[in-house]
Design a protein around this ligand. Structure first.
Ligand SMILES: NC(=O)c1ccc[n+]([C@@H]2O[C@H](COP(=O)([O-])OP(=O)(O)OC[C@H]3O[C@@H](n4cnc5c(N)ncnc54)[C@H](OP(=O)(O)O)[C@@H]3O)[C@@H](O)[C@H]2O)c1
Length: 297
């Protein structure tokens, strides 16, 4: 089969489209014929060797965590899924013609494979950090870096729960944030004052890692009301860094309900072929993705 692989850590040019042995579903896993793989920032962080400590990586290594596709092999002990089912979920080396998933759910009706590949880790992260920050219906959540994959999910899930949201994003994404039900303002010079003018903040999420932890503490009045998923220095200021994934099947089940009711939609900013994986990483690393980028297989 064809898969995207890298033999050394480095820039996007280390990615190569190679011919490799097909993987097989082990106990508790399914194998899918991949139709699309989501492009997440963690993919290029792994490629660069940034997350070496947390997950030791043997080279050459595949790329990709999220995928959608058609089940074609079922591992020992797996129930409730059949060959031919359309699923989306998390696994490894998903920029490939076949991949093994360790967590999955049936794709909701009406979602394309291309769209579905953008959801799994984004919705798991969004649900986790909304829970961990402890924001309640009727309160206001500030989201720094609200127009990307995780931000798009956080905004819609929070609004659905009756939480008011203020999001920061670039000038080109202000209307996008408003379309998701948030109040919007731009990041950059003067942003704290602009947020203040939109109202008091009960809790805040740092999704961009743009060095705003002090300001988020100031705006909420309490470091315990702030969580970051992108700034490893946040704990030095008393702010929790959330990095341990929760239950993906549970997140996908919740997301499926929201998608079916038209309450959650992660737009695909751009699709790439397997051979264009390096371009997908360059674009993702530029840091201005609206929704998700996807590799189509
Ligand atoms: N710890 C965890 O468990 C976990 C899980 C998932 C993701 N992450 C990390 O969380 C981050 C966000 O993930 P993602 O998938 O949502 O990324 P993404 O889709 O690439 O989105 C990045 C967003 O950041 C915004 N942005 C860029 N510069 C900014 C600035 N100076 N201030 C505020 N916003 C800015 C961009 O908005 P504009 O386009 O409008 O400029 C863009 O929409 C990544 O660093 C990722 O590695 C961590």
């Amino acid at each position: 089969m064809k898969k995207v692989s890298f033999a050394e850590f480095g820039g996007p040019d280390v990615l190569q489209l190679v011919t490799a042995e097909e993987p097989h579903a082990g106990p508790g896993q399914v194998r899918i014929a991949v139709r699309a793989a989501g492009v997440n920032p963690v993919d290029w962080r792994v490629r660069e060797g940034q997350v070496l400590g947390a997950h030791p990586i043997e080279l050459p290594a595949g790329v990709g965590l999220d995928a959608s596709g058609v089940v074609d092999e079922i591992g020992e002990g797996v129930e409730g899924v059949a060959v031919g089912d359309h699923v989306f979920g998390e696994g490894s080396s998903t920029y490939a013609e076949f991949a093994v998933l360790s967590a999955w759910a049936r794709m909701p009706d009406g979602l394309t494979f291309e769209e579905a590949a953008g959801y799994p880790s984004v919705v798991e992260t969004a649900l986790r950090i909304i829970r961990e920050v402890g924001v309640q219906p009727g309160q206001t959540l500030l989201v720094s870096g609200a127009s990307g994959g995780v931000g798009s999910a956080v905004l819609q899930i929070a609004r659905e729960r009756g939480i008011a949201v203020i999001g920061t994003a670039g000038a080109a994404n202000q209307d996008y944030l408003r379309s998701l039900g948030a109040l919007a303002t731009t990041y950059g010079e003067g942003w704290v004052e602009r947020v203040r003018q939109l109202g008091p903040i009960d809790a805040a999420l740092d999704l961009a890692g743009s060095g705003v932890i002090r300001e988020l503490i100031e705006l909420t009045g309490d470091a315990r009301k702030v969580i970051s998923i992108a700034d490893l220095d946040a704990p030095k200021l008393g702010v929790r860094f959330s990095g341990v994934a929760g239950s993906v099947p549970q997140a996908l089940a919740e997301a499926t309900g929201l998608i079916a009711r038209g309450k959650l939609h992660i737009p695909v900013e751009k699709s790439y072929t397997l051979a264009e994986a390096a371009a997908a990483h360059i674009d993702s690393q530029a840091g201005h993705t609206r929704g998700r980028r996807v590799v189509i297989v």
